[in-house]
Write a protein that binds this ligand. Structure first.
Ligand code: 5AD
Ligand code: SF4
Length: 433
């Protein structure tokens, strides 16, 4: 194996993987490797996701395809499949590097080691060391991610995250503030704070609410978001921040998974349908226009039709602005995978379709309600037609504007039309003097 010169990082799964992928690319660039756009690079890093479906099998088939296409290519497997499978990936698929999510700072060294001929594996989970060892952020888009918290101690019975990402860890306050400032200097106007349980972030008496207050004071940072949250960590301080901090966008992604208490208990969610709804009441009292989002799982082992109907009735009660919904997928090593009464695939397909119908209707209704409002949008990318630009509303909707200003502009628009997944906006012209 010759040492690679070019590399390409391919990220799957959640936003944290996107962030990790960017940081790995920065570490590789700082070590002298050149980023290349496609899968033809000398080194491809597969930044994998393990949360659902046959993710592991897909990684193996991707590797097989890549090896056929270019046998001399170096392949690194990163992300949660790397953490879960470890050396097994080298045995089975003969990849060159396996690097777990807590060891990314070692990627350049692992690549150099692998170039000498033996596979390099690092799935250690040292507390926090990777962030301190990663190079500073240099150039980012107008909306940037910043990981503040990692890992999960909640052990929902269906979920593999506590095993692949390890225990809950909060990054130090000063490190986060420094990185936020660096992101703003590098071009970010919006920062989304990331964590598997981002609202569990806390250090030295600070919580996410007080962190948001501090970040709000960074000049040039116009918007703050955070994801993903757990209902049990929704502190009053964070809820109050939604009322008091204008740069904190009116959007909350708060997964509930099911509307039925027996299922929630079997999932080990440690909240009930009612306690979840009461949290939303408090959030809406603090910020009446907040857009609510959630995650749902249908077909958890043993879920009856009546229990599923409770999820539909919860959805009808909340009226989400958007949501993600999934068929339950047994994850090896998690308690729920061994439960009796696994639900038949056709039942799951049917329940998912009914749930997504309801959620789709609510999303369309939420979008329709935005028509006639004036709001700021942050332009993030060009649209499909010439001159069109697409930005995000405060409520995280995509807004298309004709003859829009350049990427990074924060402009006021009047929302004039709504489709199921995006809105049309007309720029508010600066009033003549
Ligand atoms: N099966 C289906 N969905 C899952 N999720 C997590 N684990 C599973 C699983 N085993 C979903 C949950 C979580 C989101 C990130 O993925 O809804 O909130
Ligand atoms: Fe998984 Fe539950 Fe932790 Fe979320 S809170 S990462 S669903 S174990």
């Amino acid at each position: 194996m010759t040492a690679p010169k070019t590399f390409h990082v391919k990220s799957f799964g959640c936003q944290m993987n996107v962030y990790d992928g960017e940081r790995m690319a920065e570490a590789m660039a700082a070590a002298g490797y050149t980023a290349a756009p496609g899968e033809d690079a000398d080194l491809v890093v597969l930044n994998t996701c393990h949360i659902r479906e046959k993710a592991t099998e897909k990684v193996y088939s991707d590797i097989g395809r890549m090896k056929k296409h270019r046998p001399d290519q170096m392949i690194a497997v990163a992300g949660c499949v790397a953490q879960a499978e470890g050396a097994e990936i080298v045995r089975r698929a003969k990849v060159d590097v396996v690097v777990g999510p807590q060891a990314y700072h070692n990627l350049p060294q692992l690549v150099a080691d692998a170039a000498k001929g033996t596979a390099a594996i690092d799935t250690d989970m040292p507390a926090l060391s990777k962030f301190g060892a990663l190079p500073a952020r240099r150039r980012v888009g107008p909306s940037a991610f910043l990981t503040v918290q990692e890992g999960c101690d909640k052990f929902c019975t269906y979920c593999v995250v506590p095993y692949t990402r390890g225990a809950e860890i909060s990054r130090p306050f000063a490190a986060i503030v420094d990185e936020a400032k660096a992101l703003v200097e590098a071009g970010a106007k919006e920062i989304t704070l990331l964590g598997q349980n981002v609202n569990a972030w806390s250090t030295d008496g600070e919580d996410l609410g007080s962190l948001i207050h501090t970040l709000d004071r960074i000049p040039g940072l116009a918007r703050i978001r955070y994801t993903t949250s757990h209902p049990n960590d929704m502190t009053q301080s964070l809820i109050d921040a939604h009322r008091d901090v204008a740069s904190l966008m009116p959007f909350l992604h708060l997964p509930v998974q099911s509307g039925n208490d027996r299922i929630l208990k079997a999932m080990n969610r440690s909240h009930t349908r009612d306690s979840y709804l009461r949290i939303l009441d408090r959030v809406r009292a603090a910020r009446p226009d907040i857009a609510l989002s959630g995650d749902f799982i249908v077909g958890f082992p043993g879920e009856t039709e009546a229990e599923f109907a409770d999820t539909l009735s919860l959805v009808a009660e909340v009226r989400h602005a958007m949501a993600f919904s999934f068929k339950y997928s047994p994850r090896p090593g998690t308690p729920a995978a061994d439960l009796p009464d696994q639900i038949a695939p056709e039942v799951m397909v049917d329940r998912l379709a009914r749930l997504q119908d309801a959620l789709g209707r609510d999303q369309a209704a939420f979008n329709a309600d935005t028509v006639g409002k004036r709001c700021a949008i942050l332009i993030e990318r060009p649209g499909r037609k010439p001159g069109q630009m697409i930005g995000k509303s405060p409520w995280l909707q995509s807004v298309v504007v004709e003859d829009g200003p350049p990427i990074g502009s924060l402009i006021d628009v009047d929302i004039v039309a709504a489709g199921p997944v995006s809105l049309t906006g007309v720029a508010v012209l600066a009033r003549a003097a």
